[in-house]
Design a protein around this ligand. Sequence first.
Ligand code: NAD
Ligand code: MG
Length: 389
Amino acid sequence: MSNSHPPKRIAIFGSTGSIGTQALDVIGANPESFSVEVLTAQSNEELLIKQAIHFKPNIVVIGDEKKYPKVKEELSSHNIKVFTGESALEEVASMDVYDMMIAAIVGFAGLKPTLKAIEAGKGIALANKETLVVAGDIVMQKAVEHRAPIIPVDSEHSAIFQCLVGETRNRIEKVILTASGGPFLGRKPNFLVNVKRDHALQHPNWTMGAKITIDSATLMNKGLEMIEAKWLFNLQPEQVQVLIHKESIIHSMVQFEDGSIKAQMGLPDMKLPIQYALAFPHRIPSNLKRYDFRKPAQLNFEEPDTKTFRNLTLATDAMYKGGNVPCILNAANEIAVYAFLRNRVGFLDMTDVIEKTMGHVSFIKNPTLEEYFESDGEARNFAASLIKL
Ligand code: NAD
Ligand code: MG
């Protein structure tokens, strides 16, 4: 970015997570381009305090109100405002202290603050895919209304976004979302039935938060990403295809009407899509490791096994049905994943919980935001009743 510009003022919602900490690495390496104005975390107050002392934001928010006194105390001599609680996230998201939000909270909890940022016309570097899965129509509509650009951080969607630069007038035939396949690629139900949390938390190519790591192992992550792609790029469900590519070198592809296919490639490292979203429309230098085509390597591609990884089928159904079905899928999945992480349900049971919940909550074709919240609540309650949490 040209040095004549003042640094872009960044708010990281979810700064203590996998995306949040990597975003701070990117910003720390580019202090002339970006400044940190807001940091938020749910419960890791130790890390939040460290980050705040290092990056000197204007404001921090600690979600867990029990941790507020400590954060306030430790930052009192640093001239940093400290807020707490769920509503503080929304208030801060609306404030005129930053230009771009990195939406890096995990799950449904990210929706409300992101909507506030959109309504305030902020740029959104969107990692929180659940926001679009739950209420993609409302989110995208509001983004247009308030001229709030949404730049994807999810590596697949960043790849598609990068392939589409300069193609505004050209119709997309389809997008091909690549998937690593996760740690259980090639496994069958007789193996998966015995999988425990610690095994499922080992991802071959990426180090991520616990929820998305489980979603990657069940392929729900790719299901959520199909719905995310549909909204981000205004696609019909039949234009979204999933392809297993276990090396994670091609991050996704776009096929155009003339048959040409563009791919975006590189070694898997989330810092690249994070940096791209922050600096867009510019590219700025990085010293991330480069992929070297001269080293012997093979790129492999195969169809996903949707008979075994039925979450992908459920998410595809939800994408086709539309309305509140993706919201129900997401809510049931969040409950199922957190139960699995606490060893309350088995690996394959997660899919049953989601399927039953999708069959239970009534269909709404064009939900209002309030109806999305109601569907989310209803789905959570029902899913939890199946698990007996
Ligand atoms: P994480 O669990 O590592 O971090 C989540 C962050 O959100 C933390 O800072 C936490 O304090 C905060 N948080 C959690 N619950 C909250 C709540 N109820 N209210 C407010 N804040 C809360 O998660 P992550 O892996 O960084 O993922 C964040 C988002 O980015 C997810 O939506 C995920 O799907 C998406 N994403 C992550 C990756 C990755 O590589 N980690 C890649 C693509 C997309
Ligand atoms: Mg992804």
